[in-house]
Structures are given as structure tokens and as C-alpha cells.
Design a protein. Structure first.
Length: 246
């Protein structure tokens, strides 16, 4: 069985509010009585992409569990690489592959520098295709990124979703061992399908999306942070639990 905590959109900005909420989430995870196989953080770790914000994130997001991170539209690749990953490199996509508990996590960079919508470059699609081709057919794979590649029925989010998604859908369709796609960006717990597989959206840490039929502004900053737990059992049945962090 694989147990994964899914966190997203901490938007650390050097201030106390976002730091307190992110620290509360990580304290909750670090104090769990049993170890997790991984903690996945799907982007918008920093709010302005400043090196100081990533140094803050490196401290707050430290965990006794393995932590995997990918960038979002508020992140800046050069600073993300240097501080969080300890890598040199330019401004190209930050694509990473990790293994945990017998599963493969392919973290794709869906960010577009200077824009809020998302897109997987042809190089990223080729990278993912190689990862999937090299992965044994019986090994479960989770494809992860920041931007949801589908409409979530929120105009605020749908305008800045991931575009060009058919190439990704066609690729996933050729690989039955892709268990799900996991993303953030929307600041709301959501579950739908993409390429006939589960698409699971993590709630936001810094704020929560208000849907068009709810009252208020686009983002609610009063609701508490929330996370998801994804559980893949030995029969490859995937279950997701969403949890509000007190």
C-alpha cells in the first residue's frame, strides 16, 4: 500500500500568515503516528519566486517524510532550482522523476515563465514519454504538475488552466500503469477524470477557491488550510481522503 500526502499552493511570501499556515500543515504531517511514503507539493510554493521565499520554504517544508516539489505559475525556475533542489541550470522546465514505495512519480513543469496559465512543452512531453517507456508495465505511475488540464467550472481558474492537453491525454492513454494525474493551482479539493484516469486536485494551503454558486470573492482567506491523502492499495485501487488541518 502507498500513502501519499498531497499539498499545494503555499504561496510563501516572507510574511507571517502564509508561513503559519504552511507550518501548521507540515506539523500535522510530521506528527502523524506512521510514516508517509511521500509528501507531494504541486507548485506555487513561493508567491513571488524570490530566493528568500524559497529559503523560507526550505525550512518550513522540511519533513521526516520524503518531499517532492514541482513549480507553479508563481514560482521562478532559477531560484526554485538553486534553493530547493540545489541545482544549477537555466530557465528550462523543471521535470523530475522520483520513486517511492514501488511507485514512480513523474513531476512535470506546467509553468510558463511570466504567465499564469499552463502548458507542457514538447520537450516535457518527450521527457515524460521516455519516463513512461522506461518504467516497467506493472509499476504504478503518478503524473504530477501544477495546472489542471481540464475545466473545473470556475471561470477564475479555467482561464488559467493547462492548455494543449490532448498530447498529454494521448500519451497517458498508451500507458495503463498511470494510476492518476495529480495537480494543484485551483485552491480547491476536486476530483474528476482526465484521459479516463482519476484527476485529483489538492486543496490550497494559503486560501480556498469560492465557486461561482457560492458567496464571496474568488478566494476565501478565512477557511483553514487543507490537504489530500491518496492511498493506492495492493489491488491498485486508488482512494483519496481530503482533510482540513486544524
Amino acid at each position: 500500500m502507498i500513502v501519499l500526502a498531497h499539498v499545494s499552493d503555499t504561496h510563501l511570501d516572507g510574511g507571517d500568515r502564509s508561513a503559519e499556515r504552511a507550518a501548521r500543515v507540515m506539523a500535522y504531517l510530521n506528527e502523524l503516528p506512521q510514516p508517509l511514503d511521500a509528501v507531494l507539493i504541486t507548485g506555487d510554493i513561493a508567491d513571488h519566486g524570490l530566493p528568500a521565499e524559497y529559503h523560507q520554504a526550505k525550512t518550513i517544508l522540511a519533513s521526516r517524510h520524503p518531499v517532492f516539489t514541482c513549480p507553479g505559475n508563481h514560482d521562478v525556475r532559477e531560484a526554485f532550482r538553486a534553493v530547493l533542489l540545489g541545482h544549477d541550470g537555466g530557465e528550462g522546465p523543471i521535470n523530475q522523476v522520483h520513486g517511492a514505495a514501488g511507485a514512480v512519480f513523474a513531476l512535470c513543469d506546467s509553468s510558463i515563465p511570466g504567465r499564469h496559465d499552463g502548458f507542457l512543452t514538447d520537450d516535457t512531453i518527450a521527457w515524460l514519454e521516455a519516463v513512461l517507456a522506461e518504467t516497467p508495465e506493472r509499476t504504478p505511475v503518478f503524473v504530477c504538475f501544477h495546472h489542471p488540464p481540464v475545466m473545473l467550472h470556475s471561470p477564475f481558474i479555467d482561464e488559467i488552466r493547462q492548455y494543449g492537453e490532448q498530447r498529454l491525454a494521448d500519451l497517458i492513454a498508451r500507458h495503463p500503469n498511470v494510476m492518476a494525474t495529480l495537480c494543484g493551482h485551483a485552491h480547491t479539493a476536486a476530483a474528476t477524470t482526465f484521459a479516463s484516469r482519476p484527476l485529483l486536485v489538492a486543496p490550497g494551503v494559503v486560501s480556498t477557491l469560492s465557486l461561482p454558486w457560492e458567496r464571496g470573492d474568488d478566494l476565501d482567506y478565512e477557511l483553514p488550510p487543507a490537504i489530500a491523502f491518496h492511498v493506492l492499495d495492493d489491488d491498485l485501487r486508488l482512494t483519496t481522503h481530503y482533510r482540513v488541518v486544524p
